[in-house]
Write a protein that binds this ligand. Structure first.
Ligand SMILES: Nc1nc2c(ncn2[C@@H]2O[C@H](COP(=O)(O)OP(=O)(O)OP(=O)(O)O)[C@@H](O)[C@H]2O)c(=O)[nH]1
Ligand SMILES: [Mg+2]
Length: 431
């Protein structure tokens, strides 16, 4: 039977087909739910914020637990990321494998040029791992531990003033890679009217600088109204705490001050509940989906293009994998040859340069040697002159000595002849 006829019979040409009884595929949604529940869910949050801004406290408050988090020093030379995975989070019969990724040393360096690169690299390397798994012949995506970032909480310092340039640079670089949810940290340290102004300022600055933050989806009518309302609350002003106090017979997380108490989960005090509702209860699946369909898709597209893949050739023929590999191979060979030529040229230049240096060193050495020879000859001449002078002086001295000795001998002889021995002795004594 021709393929077209089979399609017609199956109703693929758009004809409505009626079922004469219950078949059972209405259980598909339930089957899907059961399958997902059995498998459990991966959810990964990236917390970006200055050291000590309250990242870990907020995570503890969000998940009502105490994750292992050590405070970080302000003296680190650079920014890095720290990821912790918690595999055994369980609510009812739903399992969650949660990874919390924290920035370490963010905002502490005087030169902040390289502060964002480690974050970009981390996010990209999670995309790359997923892509590599997808490209395997024997892939196991169902059991794969998905570490791609689903939500990025960006902690804004509660200055009440405006965003810092690092905030804008960082969010701009990451907005096509992750779902950014900005939050005003430690919102209990800023007054209510100031907070309202600050929130407006932040949103207008983000807009002016073309930074796209995550918007809760409004296409599903069951949550459209709530999500639209929540979008207008961004950035959420949050408070975190590990302390608990009793309010109305219930233990609640709060921050206690001499003038009063700030309850984390009190909607009159801050937006914490709204954030948890949006992030976990209502939109967790949308965050996961957007990560896969938008951010990962973009990464995948760029990487596959980089690898030389395309959907069709210039003349609209389907691309054959063999051709792609051949083309890649040729490109690679061309690149290698060019590289080899560049290296050969570099080597020749280096050798020429070394030769010139050697020649110059030789000339310098010759010059120095000539100088030394001249100095040596001059020294020798001076020494010879000096020796001659000394010899003359010695000769002169010897001549003088001989003449004195001759005179002395003559005088003694004269004395013996002309004087008596007694007189002579007296004269001698006088002498
Ligand atoms: N006023 C106020 N203080 C807070 C809040 N959240 C946390 N803190 C305090 O801020 C300090 C640092 O909190 P952490 O949660 O450790 O901050 P962090 O961002 O995880 O710090 P590092 O991991 O060291 O970068 C602690 O003393 C917290 O009690 C908040 O909402 N308001
Ligand atoms: Mg911390």
């Amino acid at each position: 039977m021709a393929a077209v006829d089979v399609q017609r019979q199956l109703g693929h040409d758009g004809r409505q087909m009626k079922l004469s009884g219950h078949v059972g595929f209405d259980s598909l949604p339930d089957q899907l739910v059961n399958k997902s529940v059995n498998k459990g869910f991966d959810f990964n949050i990236l917390c970006i914020g200055e050291t000590g801004i309250g990242k870990s406290t907020l995570m503890d408050s969000l998940f009502k637990t105490t994750f292992n988090s050590e405070p970080v020093s302000h003296q680190l030379p650079g920014v890095s990321v720290r990821a912790n995975t918690y595999v055994d989070l369980q609510e009812s019969n739903v399992g969650l494998r949660l990874t919390i990724v924290d920035t370490v040393g963010y905002g502490d360096q005087i030169d902040k040029t390289d502060s964002v690169q480690p974050l970009v690299e981390y996010i990209d390397s999670q995309f790359e791992s997923y892509l590599q798994e997808e490209l395997k012949i024997k892939r196991s995506l169902t059991s794969y531990h998905d570490t791609r970032i689903h939500a990025c909480l960006y902690f804004i310092a509660p200055t009440g003033h405006s965003l810092k340039s690092l905030d804008l640079v960082c969010m701009k670089k990451l907005d096509s890679k992750v779902n950014i949810i900005p939050v005003v940290a430690k919102a209990d340290t800023i007054s209510k009217p100031e907070l309202a102004q600050f929130k407006k300022k932040i949103m207008s600055e983000l807009k002016e600088n073309g930074v796209r933050v995550y918007q809760f989806p409004t296409d599903d009518e069951t949550v459209a109204e709530m999500n639209a309302a929540m979008n207008s609350f961004m950035p959420f002003a949050v408070v975190g705490s590990r302390e608990e106090i009793e309010v109305g017979g219930e233990m609640v997380r709060a921050r206690v001050y001499p003038w009063g108490t700030v309850e984390v989960e009190n909607e009159n005090h801050c937006d914490f509940v709204k954030l948890r509702e949006m992030l976990i209860r209502t939109n967790m699946e949308d965050l996961r989906e957007t990560t896969h369909l938008n951010h990962f898709e973009l990464y995948r597209k760029n990487r596959l293009k980089e690898m030389g893949f395309a959907d069709s050739t210039a003349d609209n023929r389907p691309v054959r994998l063999y051709d792609v590999i051949e083309e890649k191979k040729k490109n690679h060979m061309r690149e290698m040859e060019a590289k080899e030529e560049r290296m050969r040229q570099m080597f020749v230049d280096k050798v020429k340069q070394k030769e010139a240096e050697l020649k110059k060193a030789e000339q310098d050495l010759h010059g120095k040697f000539d100088n030394l020879r001249k100095v040596h000859a001059e020294e020798k001449r001076k020494l010879d002159d000096r020796r001659r002078m000394l010899e003359e002086e010695i000769n002169e001295f010897n001549r003088n000595k001989a003449s004195v000795q001759a005179q002395q001998a003559q005088a003694e002889r004269d004395m013996h002849q002309n004087t008596s021995p007694v007189l002579g002795r007296k004269k001698d004594r006088k002498k």
